[in-house]
Design a protein around this ligand. Structure first.
Ligand code: GDD
Ligand code: MG
Length: 351
């Protein structure tokens, strides 16, 4: 009865110039391991979930990329969105499809771009969550011990009194402002939301029905024409009408049956070049290098990526991102990595 929804619709613009709209980060070998991020995620999930029960949610323009990179996946498993509407609409759409196949399904929703090395512990924590969701009407998340007041994450306040591994959640707060995030961390009973959710298909659909009635009624009837041309016509016409809202705001913040397991594995949402730098092995001078061959002197803290085996010589440069990709060469301070999104816009406007 285990199912998975793998979200692969994002663009990853802070990983420009490697990640582009035509070829986003989840389809790249960001870690230099030989596998793309979506391949790594698929392998991680298939330890627990039958391969044919893993659904990939993505924009229709990435359909071919998905089928090419995941040869085990058939078209039935690729759920296509005509336009981006954030995670709530695509999760509801895919859940309704899964419910048609198996009303008793217990599922995990996972992003396709996370770094998780310890797959055994990941599987253990997800299995604990699956066992709990099979018995309880629960929306479950994996919680990460926060290290600084990151305003880009969801925060989970868990019930301090509980000694259980699975804790009930007092509140779920998506992307608080800096001051609030600081308070949360000082309080000690807050975890970051890893963005990985587990629940029964029955529970999540009931939750959408209660908390997002407009969205629910938009999709409710169209999906009853399961996997037919009528369904894809319905989606083409109606999906664009869905509100652009993430699952965190749409249901997690609004529900009282949220539970959290503190993740026992190391986690990183690979969002920026700096987060990738942190997770990669470093050379003797402290540079993270993907695909390049480097000679580094008085150069450390740099994130270097080129095409395979390109020779890069650096001297006197600290904490820079150096990325060489066909017609683009980016040399940019790591400290300003969040601005790469804006840089990309400027490049589009100018060239
Ligand atoms: N299929 C599809 N369609 N996928 C999407 C869409 C969409 O329209 N929009 C986003 N995604 C995918 C992204 O590619 C990513 O893998 C995942 O859904 C989460 O979206 P993000 O845009 O990266 O969310 P976030 O980082 O702002 O916040 C979420 O993740 C944090 C942890 O990384 C939230 O769940 C936070 O609470 C959480 O802390
Ligand atoms: Mg993210």
């Amino acid at each position: 009865n285990y199912y998975a929804i793998l979200m692969a619709g994002g663009v990853g613009s802070r990983f420009w110039p490697v990640s582009t709209e035509a070829f986003p980060k989840q389809f790249h070998d960001m870690l230099g391991t030989g596998d793309t991020l979506i391949q790594k995620t698929f392998q991680r999930l298939s330890r627990l979930i039958p391969k044919e029960n893993i659904f990939i949610l993505t924009n229709e323009r990435y359909n071919d990329l998905v089928l090419e990179q995941l040869p085990e996946v058939t078209q039935r498993q690729v759920v296509l969105e005509p336009v981006m509407r954030n995670t709530a609409p695509c999760i509801l759409y895919a859940s309704l499809k899964i419910q048609k196949e198996n009303p008793d399904a217990v599922m995990i929703v996972a992003p396709s771009d996370h770094w998780i090395e310890d797959e055994t512990t990941f599987s253990k924590n997800v299995q604990q969550a699956f066992d709990f969701c099979s018995e309880n009407n629960a929306l479950m998340t994996l919680g990460i011990q926060p290290t600084f007041p990151n305003t880009g994450y969801g925060y989970i306040e868990f019930n301090k009194a509980s000694a259980e591994a699975i804790k009930s959640v007092n509140q779920f707060r998506e992307k608080p402002d800096y001051e609030t995030a600081k308070q949360f961390i000082a309080q000690g009973n807050f975890l970051w939301n890893a963005g990985i959710f587990m629940w029964s298909v029955k529970t999540v659909i009931e939750t959408f029905k209660t908390n997002q009635p407009t969205l629910y009624s938009l999709f409710e009837n169209g999906i009853s024409t399961y996997n037919t041309d009528a369904e894809s016509d319905f989606i083409k016409e109606n999906y664009p009408k869905a509100e652009n809202i993430s699952v965190d705001y749409a249901i997690m913040e609004k529900s009282s049956n949220v539970y959290v397991i503190a993740a026992e594995f190391d986690w990183n949402d690979l969002g920026t070049w700096g987060s990738l730098y942190d997770k990669l092995d470093k050379d003797a001078s402290g540079n993270a290098v993907v695909h390049a061959r480097t000679l580094a002197e008085d150069a450390s803290g740099n994130m270097i990526r080129t095409k395979k085996d390109k020779i890069v010589v650096v001297d006197g440069l600290q904490d820079y991102i150096i990325v060489d990709k066909e017609e683009v060469l980016l040399i940019y301070p790591k400290a300003k990595e969040q601005d790469i999104k804006k840089v990309l816009q400027k490049v589009k406007d100018n060239f």
